[in-house]
Design a protein around this ligand. Sequence first.
Ligand code: SAM
Ligand code: SF4
Length: 556
Amino acid sequence: MPARRVYLETFGCQMNELDSELVAGQLTSLGYRFTSNADDADVVLYNTCSVREQAEQKVWSRLGELRKSKSDKPEMVVGVLGCMAERDGTDLMDRMPVVDVMCGPAELDKLPSLIDNAVRTRLSLVTDDPKAAIKSVKAAALQGSSSRRSGTLAAAGDSLEYLDLSRSVSPIDPIGSLRKSAYVRITRGCNKFCTYCVVPFTRGAEIHRPPAHIIEEVQRLADQGIAEITLLGQTVNHYRFEHGSAKITNGITQPQKGQAFKGGHRRDPLAGTNTTTFADLLYQLHEKVPSVQRLRFVTSYPRDFGDDVLEVIRDCPRLCRYLHVPAQTGSDRMLKKMNRGYTAGEYSEFIDRARHYLHQPEIGRPLMISGDIIVGFPTETDEDFALTVELLERSRYKSCFIFKYSPRPGTVAYDKIPDDIPNSVKRERNNALLAIQNRISDEVSKEQIGCEFDIMIEGPSQHAIKASGHRATKAPSGVQLTIGGKSTGEAEDFSITALLDRFEGDTVQFSGRTDGDQIVMFDAPTATASTLPGRIRRARITDGRGLSLFGELIDS
Ligand code: SAM
Ligand code: SF4
C-alpha cells in the first residue's frame, strides 16, 4: 500500500509548532509521508490556536474550503488539533461535518492511533458505502475539564509525557540540515487565569516535566546537531520540580502539577532543598550539555522572576541575554481587571533589576527584552491607555507584540465584563502603540551600530530567498510543516547546498541572531556559505534599521 500523505498546517504559537513537530515525528514513524498541498493529502490536519478570534476564523475558512475536496475524495480524513478542538469540543464536528477527528493539546499522544483508525476504517468502508464511512469515522480525544478538577496529575498528563520523550528517540526525527534550533517544553498548561485568556482552559493545569527528561531531550537534540534550544512554557520561569513528591510509574518519573502560586519571592524559597528550581534547571542544562551553544526560554511571567535566575543567566555564557516578559498594559486598574497579579511599578522594577544584572553592552552582551500588550481591554480609558504608552516608552523593548483585545468565550472577562471598547478605538490605540514601538525598535537597533557581537548564523535571509524567486522554506527535511497558515513549499531537498545552488552571484545575504535575539544580515561568499549555518561567528554592526541589524563577519 502506498504511504498515506498528510498535510499539516500549524496556527499560533511556538508551543503549537513544537506539538506539530512531535505529531509529525509520530506519524512518520507509522509510515505516513507529508505533502505541502492539501489537495494531494489523504489526511488533512489543522493544529489550531484559540487565543484570538482571528486565529479561529482562519481555521473555519480552511475547513470550509475542504468541503469540495472531501466530496471529491470521501476517503480523506480531516483532523482539528489543538486549542480549538479543546475549546469547541465535539460541537465543532456538528458545525463542520468535514471534520472526522478532533484532538486537544493535552491528548496529542493519542492522535496517531485516532488517525490510523480513521484512515483504516474509512478505507475499508468507503468502497461499499461512502456515506456510512463518513459518519462512522468520527473520533475525538479531548481533555474536557478533567485535569483542572483533579487534585493529582491526570492520567492524560502522564501519557502525554511519552510524546515529548518519544521525540528524542525517534529514528526519523525530522531535523534537516538547515535546522540548528529546537524547542523543548519544560512546563505545560497554565494556572494563572488571566481573565482574557483561554490557555488555562485549552491546555489545562500547569505541569512541570522531570528535569532528567528535559536534560536528556536537550542532550539528544544536541547530539543530532542542534546548537540552540528554546525552553517553552506559558510561565516558563515558574518551573519547579520537587523530587521528594515525584511519582514513578513503570520506572519513569512522572511530570508534576504546579503548586499554588505564592508569588513575590526573589529566590525560589525551595532552593537548596530536594527541588530543581528554574535557576537550577538552567544551570544544569548549561553545565551538562555544553554543546548547546545557546539556551533561551519563553515566555516569562514578570512576577516571581527571581534574582537567582538573573544571576545564573549572568554567570553562564551560553544562556542568552534575551527575555520575553509580557506586561499586557501599563495601567494598574487594567492589570487588576486582567488578574495579572502585579502592578506597572512592579513590572518596571523587574525590568530595571533585569537590566542591572544582565545589560552589559561593554562586553557585547546588551540585554534585549520583548513584550506583549493588549489594547482595548474592557473599560480601558484614554488615561489607562496613556499609562500603557508610558510603560512602552520606559521598557524600551527591542520588539513588542501588540494585540487588540479579543473576547474569548469561556473566560472570566467574556462572561463578566462587556467588550465595550469600539473596534475603531482598539485599532487606533493599536496603531499608536505600533508607531511608538517601531520608533523604539529602530532606536535600539541604531544603538548597536559599531558594536561587535557573536551571532549564530541561520542561513540565507528571507529577503535573499524571496529575491531569488524561490519560496521561503521553514520546513525541516522530510517533513512538510506549514507554519502560521502559510504553505512552506513543495517536497524538495532542503539541504543548504541545494538551497545555495539557487543563488547566482558571488555573495548571498545571510542572517544570524545575536544572543539578544536581534537579527543580523550580512553578505556571505556563496562558494563557502554552506559551512555557515549553526556556527557562531563574530560580526561588526554597520547599520541598524527597524528590527534588523546589518553587519560583516570579522573573524576568519
Ligand atoms: N503565557 C504568556 C504570558 O502570559 O505572557 C502568553 C501566552 S498568550 C498565548 C500570548 C499573548 O496573547 C498574551 O501575552 C496576550 O498578550 C495575548 N492574548 C491572550 N489572550 C488574548 C485575548 N483574549 N485578546 C487579545 N490578546 C490576547
Ligand atoms: Fe494566558 Fe495569563 Fe497563562 Fe499567559 S499567564 S497563558 S496570558 S492565563
